[in-house]
Design a protein around this ligand. Structure first.
Ligand code: SF4
Length: 430
């Protein structure tokens, strides 16, 4: 087991200032000394996130019993106990829950002083997607990824394209009262919406399902795998043991310890870098830039293949100076071979009043990234730009991979090298 021993405070994880004030742990203050306490308050205030706690929203009675019987409830990992209160340490929201409270991501509850996830073995959606749709352009190109999600998210993005699941609690997407139904091999011919609401998919069955559907990889995507961390982690372990690759499509807002644990079994990640300003991150996503940059550097350190995606949202993240700083940071910290995907915004969720990102802004962003020295720069959701999804060899400058939307139509990468000049092309080419 890679996870923390349950309920034991770890060195750099402690109760937040909010918890300290709320629950009056004055003994800690006396023991630590005033200086340490001041430093602690300072550090915690710098880390503070606007966690939204749903007071008294833990399911109870028959509903709780049904969820337990289904196997959709599991004790969380990476959390602390403060008397009968708990604090989740998976993401920087660091939710502090009193008994019967529900977390910011809507997936976790405190029941009788124990933190449980309700997002376990109960995906609310799954599809077979081209891996290019994640998007990952340098990882097993031309293959399919079995893609799944539960409800819930650690962010509150104003432009969320999957808000109908990311901003819902598990009970709003699943039905534990109906007849149980498990997805496993042999696969059913059809599944109705009612089936999907009743359906379980446990980690032990997942590799067989992916294989039966011709998928060499599984993608944890659509909502946010950090919000269903325990399920993601167990699925990744089961898939790795079965020789199936794991792909995490994430906002990157995760604490270091859980990320290190998870990354042991992750083969590739798509990490959203949603902007390059703390202020914009706070307003647009209710997140924090610093955390995402740390996550990117940690993935780099751990040697996990990942690609960076930046959605250009008019009036929020279309500032070309900020894009220039972001590209410089990527080149300096992640290197010139790290793929960067700019993506066009479409009016969605709470930003329906904004226009789609203009073509000229996307083209300028690509030019800035190339001028910063990045070798692999792409533009997504822009069919009018012919070469938006082409890969150019950094050695001979030829076009070596062509894609039409998500289909690879030509690939001149052989054994990880350009067919024409033998320059190594970063990624996992299969
Ligand atoms: S993963 Fe969920 S419960 Fe845990 S800190 Fe983040 S938002 Fe809170």
């Amino acid at each position: 087991m890679n996870s923390l021993p349950q309920n034991e405070p770890d060195g750099d994880a402690a109760i937040t200032r909010r918890a300290l004030l709320r629950y009056g742990a004055t003994g800690i203050a006396c023991a630590s000394g005033a200086g340490a306490l001041l430093w602690y308050f300072y550090r915690e205030s710098m880390n503070a996130m606007p966690a939204e706690i749903f007071t008294g929203d833990c399911p109870s009675g028959a509903t709780w019993d049904q969820w337990v019987r289904r196997g959709w409830v599991k004790e969380a990992t990476h959390y602390l106990k403060v008397a009968r209160n708990v604090q989740c340490k998976i993401c920087p929201n660091n939710c502090v829950l009193k008994p019967d409270d529900r977390s910011h991501c809507r997936n976790k509850v405190n029941r009788d002083g124990v933190l449980y996830t309700l997002a376990y073995g109960n995906p609310c959606t799954f599809h077979v997607d081209p891996v290019e749709k994640k998007p990952l352009f340098h990882f097993l190109p031309g293959t399919k990824a079995f893609s799944l999600a539960t409800s819930g998210c650690v962010f509150r993005c104003l432009n969320c394209q999957n808000w109908e699941i990311s901003q819902k609690k598990p009970e709003e997407t699943k039905d534990a009262a109906g007849q149980p139904l498990a997805l496993c091999v042999p696969l059913p011919q059809t599944l109705s919406n009612d089936d999907l609401r009743r359906l379980s998919l446990f980690p032990r069955d997942l590799p067989g399902v992916a294989r039966a559907l011709g998928c060499p990889s599984i993608a944890y995507t659509y909502s946010e795998p950090t919000a269903y961390y325990e399920y993601t982690n167990d699925c990744c372990k089961a898939a790795r043991d079965a020789g199936i690759r794991n792909i995490v499509v994430t906002c990157g807002s995760i604490e270091e310890r859980p990320l290190r644990d998870l990354a042991r079994n992750v083969d590739a990640a798509h990490v959203d870098l949603k902007g390059f300003s703390e202020e914009v991150y706070r307003k647009l996503n209710s997140g924090r830039l610093r955390t995402i940059l740390n996550t990117l550097k940690l993935y780099q350190e751990l040697g996990v293949w990942f690609e960076v995606i930046n959605l250009i949202v008019p009036t929020y993240t279309d500032d070309l100076d900020a894009i220039k700083r972001m590209c410089g940071w990527i080149a300096d910290n992640l290197g010139p071979d790290r793929p960067l995907h700019f993506s066009r915004f479409h009016p969605l969720h709470r930003l329906t009043h904004l226009p789609p990102t203009p073509s000229d802004v996307l083209r300028k962003a690509r030019e800035i990234a190339r001028n910063a020295g990045l070798h692999y720069v792409y533009i997504g959701n822009a069919p009018e730009i012919d070469d938006a999804a082409f890969t150019w060899c950094p050695g001979c400058k030829r076009n070596i991979v062509e894609r039409d939307v998500f289909a690879v139509t030509r690939c001149d990468v052989v054994n990880g090298r350009c067919r024409f000049c033998q320059t190594p092309i970063a990624g996992y080419w299969g």
